[in-house]
Ligand binder design. Structure first.
Ligand code: NDP
Length: 241
């Protein structure tokens, strides 16, 4: 039977590459995002198997409405929506500004995954998978963004334990620098790009398909005993034992 796949933030960058990978196998893929026009365009690019679900994954009411549009079973959930919201925030130092910046990043990267998983968790099928997109920043410090991604990895352990008896695996894929996405807005200098590439052993930037292939593997029959883990995809820029 064709798989049902839900990908948050599936209209651009990594999420779009993940959607394209699952669409290639013939899965029915639902992509979320706040910009309906982007979703419509990208879904049309990928063909009939891809459906759009415009919503803000940090908003419980919007998620309840979106969940009502989904089928009664889901095989794969990819919590990809997020990004470093500090790029769009004023860098004021007052306590209110700090509170706002932190809660925005925690909401975008941690709460979005928690709420989406709660919204559809009962529908996940035995043999299914939950995959969150974390970040190298979780281990290297990056203010509220790194803290949010570290929190995602911690919460994933609970989730893996909870879903394990249902034969559902839960993992984090933690990318290093991935080019060709909207993540950095236009704020990455050529010098910074060179620095990020110099840190890799592979001598290149990551691309969205590097992450999509890893997500696809974690959702495959060959990965049924991998759960509760963080899989780093960063060209060696950060190594773990
Ligand atoms: P993009 O900005 O291209 O993708 C982020 C996507 O998430 C967008 O499609 C955006 O759409 C969507 N999104 C953001 N917030 C919400 C929300 N509240 N509700 C619904 N959708 C949302 O960047 P990437 O593809 O690079 O990022 C994907 C993931 O990878 C993120 O979690 C990011 O933190 C992570 N990552 C990226 C790295 C990189 O170098 N690119 C490195 C490490 C991790 P819209 O704005 O329309 O809602």
């Amino acid at each position: 039977m064709d798989r049902i796949v839900l990908i948050t933030g599936g209209g651009t960058g990594i999420g779009y590459a993940v959607a394209a990978r699952f669409a290639t196998e013939g899965a029915t893929v639902y992509i979320t995002g706040r910009r309906k026009e982007i979703l419509d365009k990208r879904a049309a690019d990928l063909g009939d198997g891809v459906r759009t679900l415009p919503c803000d994954n940090t908003d419980p009411d919007q998620l309840i409405a979106a969940a009502a549009e989904l089928p009664d079973h889901i095989d794969v959930l990819v919590n990809n929506a997020g990004g470093n919201t500090d790029f769009d925030a004023p860098s004021e130092n007052g306590l209110h500004a700090v509170a706002s910046r932190w809660s925005t990043n925690l909401n975008a990267n941690l709460l979005s995954a928690v709420l989406t998983t709660h919204a559809v968790g009962d529908r996940l099928t035995s043999g299914g998978s939950v995959i969150h997109i974390g970040s190298i920043a979780a281990d290297q410090g990056a203010g509220s963004y790194g803290a949010a991604k570290a929190g995602l990895a911690s919460w994933n352990i609970d989730l893996a334990q909870e879903f394990g008896p249902r034969e559902i695996t839960c993992n984090v894929v933690a990318p290093g620098y991935i080019r060709d996405t909207e993540f950095f807005r236009d704020k990455l200098t050529a010098e910074r790009v060179d620095f990020l590439i110099d840190r890799t052993f592979t001598g290149r930037a990551g691309v969205p398909t590097d992450i999509a292939e890893t997500v696809y593997f974690l959702a495959s029959s060959g990965a049924r005993h991998i759960t509760g883990q963080v899989i780093n995809v960063n060209g060696g820029a950060h190594t773990v034992r």
